[in-house]
Design a protein around this ligand. Structure first.
Ligand SMILES: Nc1nc2c(c(=O)[nH]1)N[C@H]1C(S)=C(S)[C@@H](COP(=O)(O)OP(=O)(O)OC[C@H]3O[C@@H](n4cnc5c(=O)[nH]c(N)nc54)[C@H](O)[C@@H]3O)O[C@H]1N2
Ligand SMILES: Nc1nc2c(c(=O)[nH]1)N[C@H]1C(S)=C(S)[C@@H](COP(=O)(O)OP(=O)(O)OC[C@H]3O[C@@H](n4cnc5c(=O)[nH]c(N)nc54)[C@H](O)[C@@H]3O)O[C@H]1N2
Ligand code: SF4
Ligand SMILES: [Mo]
Length: 740
């Protein structure tokens, strides 16, 4: 297995790197000026075009500030906003397809009703009719069960604009309901950083330029955070070394100076092996630890007792010499940054592995330093009022009784949605509201989710397209895109905040999620006065204003939110997270020995927890990470994406392909005990012999859903900060055979 490739040997050796670079190369380090970007980039939209400020609200690190160019009421062009120095005037390949997405002939135009569910027999209905059906169902449920608890919301990452939390608000405004709680995305790492530092908070990613050594650990920004690459390349221009640690040779790996092909889910062993070597060689920053951390003595005792380079090598598949070199370089080249990706924590020991990496950053004194850090994400710019979300319950609402006599909503696990829908009783779940979410595509075991849908009286999905989930709904409601609505957005990665302006009229009868909430409130109150507390009037711009408070304004250095119309602003946060030394753990220090973790049944120290192993029946690990052509189930269905990425494929190592008699381009079946997916073989040495790789996507005309093979196996952490443990998406084992 090619555990170590230098950048040079890799680029020489494999064509994939160069093919991918066409998509990912981001064009040098030049900073565009506003005028240059606007004029040079989009001359044809120029004369007479009106320019609006938008934000790409998808669940993406980059949360780009955008400019949209509108002429004769039509969105002609989109570009990155050059005022935002992170976006720097450019979008990714997905962002540039927005004109096609907005005007896609497949977009939902009107409310629609399907009878029976899943039959494909759709009928256009009016908004009034749709709301009447929904409101009557809500009231009937309340009458039959004595509460609105049988109504369940599943919402996640389709649109992270702050106003879209109005969907949660709408649920609160009708009474106590059932909520799918948690996140399928990053919870194990969130808890890990919460145990260690008190919360998650990454250095400003623009500060990566100040690093002298950057480890991209289980993260693939060349695809998933393309704007970050510019700062990484800038650091390299100034002499920094770029290391990528990933089980597969990613597009990011192809840009690295050093690539380490690690066995999946063994990152903790690598970090601990490095820590032991650092300890043995006296490279620990003792002064930093004494001032800022607790529990390091016990951590060091554990390292001395149980960890060796050879042990780490055996587990990770990386030679001891290479681990030693990496440890030396990381500990002695200051400042050194580690970016901990979300991919690497989707394992049964994922949170524990993140904690071991955090410890590595702490013992070398790299936390709280410009150019350093253990970067994972942050929510430091998310302190909005959540005015659209915070709604009182209507009088007499009945919920789950808590021990203190008060009432609350009922929570089920977003990461075990299908099973929890089926198993929840007293009262059972009878109605679903799904918005900004596509569980029949993105959840593990979608077959179970679909089965649970059968028990529902009514499934309502609000979306842009007739997604897999929408296709199994009774009613679909068309949502506006960000160009058709006002809003405000923050990133979980960079420090910028921008408002989103309505640039065009809504597409046909599409409506924004908050507008839908207001209409539903009006309908409910007309049928049963007082049954819903959601406001029934107010324009979206006013709603945006309500989200701001003095703290956010101060963070942005403005006195009124309307100043954001002149452009996005960067929050005045510390450039280096934790440089104030004020950790938010119970002890106020970095807790290398966590006081909180044991309360959740977890080890106090970042000790190694063994990874999940394959079985003889299902000997291959099936990695299903994120694609450059889409965000989860979004974008791949757009015609331009279809042109560049027409069909799904599974990447197979040449040795595995030979053993299975599979040739490039053959149709293969990837399967396990719960399901299968049929797709084309792509033979490539970018993966390892024991790993198959396919990318999540929704090809609208293909029956391709790789989550049919993905079991709902929880990761180790997530309960503390997000309410439920995460998903071990990448601990998924399969077999493969040639079909034709
Ligand atoms: N183009 C695009 N951009 C996106 C998204 C998208 O779908 N498409 N999604 C957005 C969202 S919601 C998220 S969560 C982020 C995710 O973006 P990232 O944080 O980059 O995470 P992933 O792409 O899921 O996985 C990154 C890498 O983790 C590797 N990996 C898996 N298991 C392990 C392991 O055990 N150890 C190590 N070292 N590596 C491992 C995978 O091989 C993969 O290359 O991207 C966001 N940006
Ligand atoms: N196998 C596998 N599965 C995974 C992952 C993986 O790596 N591998 N990654 C997981 C991760 S990290 C994540 S974050 C989840 C993401 O899971 P989801 O949050 O379900 O992600 P999307 O596919 O983006 O679906 C969002 C839906 O919201 C819709 N939408 C967009 N804007 C709006 C709006 O304004 N209003 C309304 N009502 N709807 C809107 C979109 O059209 C889309 O259908 O998937 C998880 N699933
Ligand atoms: S998907 Fe991400 S990188 Fe692409 S335009 Fe949107 S925020 Fe920017
Ligand atoms: Mo995610």
């Amino acid at each position: 297995m090619p555990y170590q490739l230098t950048r040079r040997s890799f680029l020489k050796g494999l064509a994939a790197g160069s093919a991918l670079s066409a998509l990912t190369a981001y064009g040098g380090l030049k900073m565009a000026t506003p005028a240059a970007a606007v004029e040079a980039g989009y001359p044809e939209a120029g004369a007479g075009a009106k320019v609006f400020r938008n934000v790409c609200p998808r669940n993406c690190y980059d949360t780009c500030s955008m400019l949209s160019y509108v002429k004769d009421g039509v969105l002609r062009k989109v570009s990155g906003d050059p005022v935002n120095t992170f976006t720097n005037g450019r979008l990714c390949v997905k962002g540039y397809t927005y004109t096609r997405r907005v005007y896609s002939p497949d977009r939902l135009k009107y409310p629609m009703k399907q009878e029976p569910r899943g039959s494909g027999k759709w009928q256009r209905i009016s908004w009034d009719e749709a709301l009447e059906i929904i409101a009557r169902k809500i009231l009937a449920i309340k009458k039959e069960y004595g509460s609105t608890l049988p109504i369940c919301l599943n919402k996640y990452s389709g649109n992270f604009d702050i106003l879209h939390y109005g969907i949660e608000g709408m649920m609160s405004s009708i009474g106590y309901t059932t909520r799918a709680l948690g996140t399928p995305c990053w919870p194990a790492g969130i808890d890990a950083q919460t145990y260690d530092f008190g919360t998650l908070w990454n250095n400003d990613p623009e500060d990566l330029v100040n690093s002298r050594y950057i480890i991209l650990w289980g993260v693939n920004p060349a695809w998933t955070s393309i704007h970050s690459m510019r700062f990484i390349y800038a650091a390299r221009e100034q002499g920094a070394k770029i290391v990528v640690i990933d089980p597969i040779v990613t597009a990011t790996a192809s840009k690295a100076d050093l690539y380490l092909q690690i066995k999946p889910s063994t990152d903790g062993a690598l970090a601990l092996g490095m820590a032991r070597h650092i300890l043995d060689n006296g490279w620990v920053d003792g002064e930093y630890l004494k001032a800022n951390a607790v529990g390091w003595e016990e951590f060091f005792a554990y390292l001395r007792r149980e960890v060796t380079l050879d042990w780490a090598s055996r587990i990770t598949g990386i030679p001891a010499r290479v681990i030693a070199d990496l440890a030396r370089e990381y500990a002695t080249t200051k400042p050194a940054a580690i970016w901990i990706g979300y991919g690497m924590q989707r394992h049964t020991n994922g949170g524990q592995n993140v904690r071991a990496i955090d410890a590595l950053a702490a013992i070398t004194g790299n936390v709280g330093k410009s150019g350093g850090g253990a970067l994972y994400g942050h929510l430091e710019t998310w302190g909005f009022n959540y005015a659209a979300m915070t709604m009182p319950k209507p009088p007499g609402a009945v919920g789950v009784k808590k021990p203190d006599g008060t009432m609350s909503d009922r929570y089920i696990n977003i990461n075990n949605f299908g099973a929890d829908l089926l198993n929840t009783t007293d009262p059972p779940i009878k109605m679903l509201w799904i918005a900004c979410r596509n569980p029949l595509s993105q959840d593990p075991e979608p077959q179970v989710v679909q089965k649970a849908f059968e028990n529902m009286d009514l499934v309502v999905t609000v979306d842009h397209f007739l997604t897999r989930t929408a296709a199994w709904s009774d009613i679909v409601l068309p949502a506006t895109t960000q160009f058709e609505e006002h809003g405000v957005n923050a990133s979980y990665w960079h420090y910028w905040i921008g408002i989103n302006e309505q640039a065009i009229e809504p597409y046909f009868e599409a409506k924004n999620d908050v507008q839908i909430a207001m209409l539903l409130a009006a309908k409910l109150n007309a049928l049963e006065p007082g049954s819903c507390t959601y406001p029934t009037s107010g324009n979206l711009e006013e709603w945006v204003g309500k989200e701001f408070n003095p703290k956010i304004l101060d963070l942005l250095g403005i006195s009124d939110y309307s100043e954001l119309k002149k452009g996005p602003r960067k929050a005045k946060l510390l450039t280096a997270a934790w440089s104030d030394g004020k950790f938010r753990t119970p002890s106020g220090k970095i807790e290398i020995k966590s006081s909180e973790a044991p309360k959740y049944g977890l080890p106090a120290l970042p000790v190694y927890v063994p990874e999940k192993q394959a079985s003889p029946e299902y000997p291959y690990r099936f990695l299903t990470p994120h694609s450059p052509y889409g965000i989860h189930s979004q974008f791949q269905n757009i015609d331009w994406m279809q042109n560049v990425n027409p069909e799904p494929y599974v990447e197979i190592h040449p040795a595995t392909a030979a053993a299975k008699g599979i040739k490039d381009g053959d149709w293969v079946k990837v399967y396990n005990e719960i399901g299968y997916v049929t797709l084309k073989a792509r033979i490539t040495a970018t993966t390892a012999p024991e790993i198959l790789v396919a990318y999540e996507a929704w090809y609208k005309d293909l029956n391709y859903n790789l989550n049919y093979t993905v079991k709902a196996v929880p990761s180790d952490m997530g309960k503390k900060a997000t309410g439920n443990r995460g998903l071990a998406f990448h601990d998924n084992f399969v077999n493969i055979e040639k079909v034709r």
